[in-house]
Design a binder for this molecule. Structure first.
Ligand SMILES: Nc1ncnc2c1ncn2[C@@H]1O[C@H](COP(=O)(O)OP(=O)(O)O)[C@@H](O)[C@H]1O
Ligand SMILES: O=C(CO)[C@@H](O)[C@@H](O)COP(=O)(O)O
Length: 565
């Protein structure tokens, strides 16, 4: 009988599971579950950058996707030897003393502040600014230095501090806070002791200013100067952290019964989607793995001796063991990538939503069919028309900052802009400008890695956009002027999580060996087209100019507001 492992990847819109045959290395089945309440836009306020998710969305997805991959293959529950969970991050969740998500407890069921604060939620911009100001001014350790030197509102402490200030009830009811990847792991093992639970090295190192050199999380002295609540909370968080090739526990009796699996099934320590994706894409030294979804994450690995004490400026951190245990994991990325296109699709859909789907002329069945047709063809059709445009014509220039800038140099107060519009500008022109903008934002990251001494020999693309859009991948190859391979797995992050699970279960000696055998093959390679490379260089120069102009304008305005207060 073959052995199997399961990897679960919690993205922003859905959770995906893959069942992997350890002996053949084959992805035997996958399953996707869209979050119901998230799809209904519940608990979110995009106008104030509030994005929250109810834990029930995640728990329902856990059961549905695992049962689905077993049902599709008929694989015996006992032959599933291990599971690992990756999620988005930093997506912290307030929990009670039992480690139960607060939104699952009485009185908090409908309170967005008691739910998971999704990584893209930027309500904590002010708190992030306070952390950065204190880190630079208090004359103690600069706790941001291994996280690129700038703390982001997308991350752990800023989110917790914001919720604590916004909602006294949640602050007082939350015994502790857990990253989404840790909470889902804790649920699967039926966790009963938060203190001894093995928290994720990846999550702690990249988002919570955890580092071995200062004994774990930032000092209470630093935290108390932000808010006494954070210093107090530190006692109920954690000191040690663990890499995802380590065992967090066994599947609980309750969940073994629900899923039809064995309590012998190992659950490995949780991690983040991008880092698992890099392992699923067989990352090695000097490879840049780009996880291209609603946002992007850029992942690299380097030997300890190569990085040494160097701190790479303006990225999302360098963490020992966050990708390949024993190597330094480096992370950068863009706060919005596919989301830039989703935003434009949403803007263009106004007449559909407010006139067509509301009209009396169409029967409900026709509207339903039309909505499905539009959903399937919207971006592909825009893409087809954008591809035909002659780049030598004067094009609009756009920025990719609809959700701020993650790297290089995090600044979530930045907003996007589009210039060079004329009466002749049509939707495909703007779509093309937005595609260019997300590729130009990627180029800024590659340039920063290289200027900080991190050498890039090859680029690998994974994630929804890498698989869905040849146009974007070709534009990116032309922008970077480098070939880009695309992994054939639809679910590289979930595959990476499965790889960690296999190592934790002792089915492989280490993550590199397991990744070599179980990692995704490549299905396509995009090579730079010299003519387009030249044309895009011209637009890239205009992108840099617009970026400098917008950043200076916003920075000055914020300074004036500071003095005005
Ligand atoms: N045909 C397409 N071309 C370009 N982008 C697409 C296409 N279809 C979907 N997208 C984008 O892919 C993103 C979703 O990526 P995916 O990896 O599936 O999700 P997640 O980031 O949650 O893991 C969305 O932002 C969407 O706008
Ligand atoms: O930032 C990280 C990981 O560090 C990601 O979880 C975050 O960008 C969300 O990624 P997705 O766009 O949902 O794939």
């Amino acid at each position: 009988m073959s052995n199997y492992v399961i990897g679960l990847d919690y993205g922003s819109d859905s959770v995906r599971a893959v069942l992997v045959n350890i002996d053949s290395g084959k992805e035997e089945a996958s399953s996707t579950h869209l979050y119901k309440r998230w799809k209904e836009d519940k608990y979110c306020e995009p106008s104030i950058n509030q994005f929250r998710q109810h834990p029930l969305d995640h728990i329902e997805g856990l059961e549905k996707t695992i049962k689905s991959v077993l049902q599709k293959t008929g694989v015996e529950g006992n032959s599933v030897k291990a599971i690992c969970i990756d999620t988005t991050g930093s997506s912290p969740v307030p929990v009670n003393k039992d480690g139960k998500a607060l939104a699952l407890t009485e009185g908090f069921e409908e309170n967005p502040n008691a739910m998971m604060v999704l990584w893209k939620d930027h309500t904590s911009i002010n708190e992030a600014n306070e952390i950065n100001h204190l880190a630079r001014s208090w004359e103690g350790e600069d706790y941001t230095k291994y996280e690129g030197g700038i703390y982001s509102s997308e991350w752990f402490w800023a989110k917790i501090l914001h919720i604590a200030r916004e909602d006294e009830k949640v602050k007082n009811a939350a015994w502790s806070w857990m990253e989404h990847c840790d909470l889902m792991t804790y649920i699967l093992i039926g966790g009963s002791d938060l203190e001894s639970f093995k928290r994720s090295r990846c999550a702690a190192g990249h988002k919570a200013m955890w580092h071995e050199s200062w004994g774990g999380l930032p000092s209470k002295d630093f935290l108390s100067q932000l808010d006494p609540y954070l210093a107090e909370l530190k006692d109920r968080l954690y000191e040690k952290t663990y890499t995802s090739d380590e065992v967090a526990g066994n599947l609980s009796k309750e969940w073994a019964g629900k899923l039809g699996l064995s309590t012998e099934c190992i659950i490995s320590v949780g991690t983040f989607d991008a880092h698992a994706g890099a392992v699923g894409a067989k990352i090695d030294e000097h490879s840049l793995v780009r996880v291209m979804g609603t946002s992007t994450c850029d992942i690299m690995v380097a030997r300890n001796e190569e990085i040494g004490k160097n701190t790479v400026k303006g990225i999302c951190g360098q963490v020992d063991g966050s990708v390949i245990p024993g190597m330094i994991g480096l992370e950068a990325g863009q706060s919005a990538f596919g989301d830039v296109l989703a935003w434009f699709k949403d803007v263009l859909s106004w007449p559909l939503e407010n006139l067509v789907y509301d009209s009396e002329i169409l029967a409900e069945e026709q509207k339903k069919k039309l909505r499905e047709e539009v959903e399937d063809n919207f971006i592909p059709k825009l893409t087809a028309q954008a591809e035909k445009l002659d780049l030598s014509e004067s094009m609009p220039i756009a920025l990719d900052w609809v959700n701020g800038r993650r790297t290089p140099d995090a600044n979530q107060e930045l907003k996007s802009a589009i210039t060079n519009l004329s009466l002749g500008t049509k939707a495909p022109h703007i779509f093309n400008a937005l595609v260019n903008s997300i590729c130009f934002g990627s180029k800024m990251i590659v340039d920063r890695f290289e200027s900080e001494g991190v050498k890039i020999n090859n680029v690998i693309g994974i994630g929804g956009v890498a698989r869905k859009s040849a146009f974007i991948m070709q534009t990116l190859a032309n922008t970077l002027d480098m070939p880009i391979k695309v992994a054939s797995s639809d679910e590289a992050p979930a595959l990476g999580a499965a790889i960690y699970a296999a190592v934790a279960a002792g089915l492989y000696p280490n993550t590199i060996e397991a990744s070599k055998k179980l990692g995704s093959p490549f299905e396509a390679e995009y090579h730079p087209q010299p003519e387009k490379v030249k044309e895009l260089k011209k637009y890239m120069a205009e992108y840099r100019e617009l970026a400098d102009f917008v950043e200076n304008k916003i920075t000055q305005k914020n300074k004036q507001n500071e003095f005005a207060v």
